[in-house]
Design a protein around this ligand. Structure first.
Ligand code: ADP
Length: 343
């Protein structure tokens, strides 16, 4: 274990630097009514929070998992809001040392929410410190080194950790077991994505036609963050070419220029499907080989591309590896000639 005294207590707060993240926070729903879909999760969370409030306690630690952009961070904000408490944002990989964790935890107020994004990437050494903090609100720190080392126990305020991950399978069992509630966020229905686009257009003061909303929704990969990103791109085109009015024609033109096809596939997705079909005859092929052929990181393939390609039915994971479906060939306009097709 590392010692706290010889380590800087670096601020491990999450940095909001990407354009997407700025857009996220400006369009993030600030109340339950604006948080579209995921009804069952909302219902369960409201019960957990109400019960905790009645007992005058912090709710159990909560784990949200699901693809990027499906609304995990937004939900965490709503939980804090409902509890009337503050939320502190950080992420698993940002907490590098026990000192970072101590700085964050000792700065919490009674009842606060600590949002831990990408919790599956938390350092193993930090996990050891976080268990007693989650269970007994205690932090055991080691001061000094060697024979002079002493342990110090810090009593922490009560707080709720909300962990978020795209890869729940990578969490160690002891960490997973310390969450009292685990919720899976799913892809959204097209009509819910339409509602989200409508609301975002209102907030961004974009004049948009209903057919344009429908087209953007269909190409949004069933994901709110993608819907908002596409809306913003289309708005740029409308501003330059159509006095700001988002019509069907301008939307199709914009999305065509951005190479987002009618199912929401982008050049990155096409590259993966083409690699699978052209280099491996449609598979089966292992993740490593496919990632290498498509020149992508394995994690990127797993987190960013594969969930949606599988949702569309273009790729299937079989015990022997990834396989391209007949639909994938058809989508790319490639002749499908496999006799013993696996899917
Ligand atoms: P995640 O944490 O899962 O990556 P976020 O919570 O950051 O996703 O969501 C990305 C953006 O998508 C948010 O800023 C918000 O504008 C929008 N969003 C996500 N979920 C919803 C929802 N259920 N209703 C409306 N907008 C949503």
């Amino acid at each position: 274990m590392s010692s706290i005294l010889d380590l800087p207590t670096g601020q491990a707060e999450k940095k909001l630097d990407k354009e997407d993240e700025i857009l996220d926070s400006s369009l993030r729903p600030k109340n339950w009514a604006d948080y579209v879909g995921q009804e069952k999760i909302k219902e369960n969370l409201k019960i957990i929070i109400t019960a905790a409030k009645q007992r005058n306690q912090s709710p159990d630690h909560l784990l949200f998992y699901g693809n990027s952009g499906l609304g995990k961070t937004t939900l965490a904000h709503l939980v804090a809001l409902e509890m009337g408490k503050k939320i502190r944002m950080t992420s698993g990989p940002a907490i590098e040392r026990a000192g970072d964790l101590a700085a964050i935890l000792t700065n919490l107020q009674e009842g606060d929410v600590l949002f831990l994004d990408e919790i599956h990437r938390m350092h193993k050494t930090i996990e050891e410190y976080i268990y007693p903090a989650m269970e007994d609100y205690k932090l055991n720190l080691i001061l000094g080194k060697g024979p002079m080392a002493r342990t110090m126990e810090l009593q922490l305020p009560h707080f709720t950790i909300i962990g978020a991950t795209t890869r729940p399978g990578l969490l160690s069992a002891p960490l997973r077991n310390r969450f009292g509630g685990t919720f899976q966020l799913n892809f959204y229905k097209p009509e819910d994505i339409e509602k989200i686009i409508e609301r975002s257009a209102r907030l961004l003061k974009v004049h948009i036609h209903p057919e344009a909303i429908n087209i953007i929704a269909k190409r949004s990969r069933f994901t709110p963050r993608v819907a908002n990103r596409l809306l913003k791109r289309v708005r740029d085109f409308a501003q330059v070419k159509n006095q700001g009015v988002v019509t069907r024609e301008i939307t199709e033109h914009a999305l065509g220029s951005l190479e987002v096809d009618h199912m929401g596939l982008e050049p990155g997705d096409i590259k993966i499907l083409l690699a699978l079909i052209e280099k491996f005859d449609g598979g089966p092929v292992g993740l490593q080989s496919l990632a290498a052929a498509a020149m992508e990181e394995e994690d990127t393939l797993l987190d960013m591309y594969e969930p949606y390609l599988m949702q569309c039915g273009f790729i299937e994971r079989t015990p022997k590896g990834r396989v391209a479906s007949k639909m994938a060939y058809e989508h790319l306009g490639i002749k499908y000639s496999k006799v013993n097709n696996l899917i």
